[in-house]
Design a protein around this ligand. Sequence first.
Ligand SMILES: O=C(CO)COP(=O)(O)O
Length: 140
Amino acid sequence: MKISLIAHDKKKEQMIQFATSYRHILAEHELFATGTTGQKIQDATGLSVVRFQSGPIGGDQQIGAKIAENDMDLIIFFRDPLTSQPHEPDISALMRLCDVHQIPLVTNLAGAEIVIRALEAGFFAWREIVRDVDNLDSNT
Ligand SMILES: O=C(CO)COP(=O)(O)O
């Protein structure tokens, strides 16, 4: 599965702890991240992460573009709800596209704990079917 990991500054430590705790599960998947989050995850865990731009300069939009192409299976986004972000429109756009394309999105640690276990248990297999159908549709 293609998984995006994103964390706002005050949530980065939490993301590192999450990625460290579930390293064994994440290691089985293709990981993507906004720039700074990805760097910190790589440094802390040694996991290989495809890094986009930092969020405020376009990283959320780049991940949004993958979502728009149905080329992302899960977004784990530790948002900071108490700090205003200069790129709030980009964040809203990313979340909106998840709803448009039925891509699972969790925005806090509690949700992430559930989806990571669901991932490990194989509950995401449906994404392969959805992706195949979508690819068939776009080829016709
Ligand atoms: O701002 C972000 C998401 O909206 C995260 O970006 P960074 O991972 O580059 O800090």
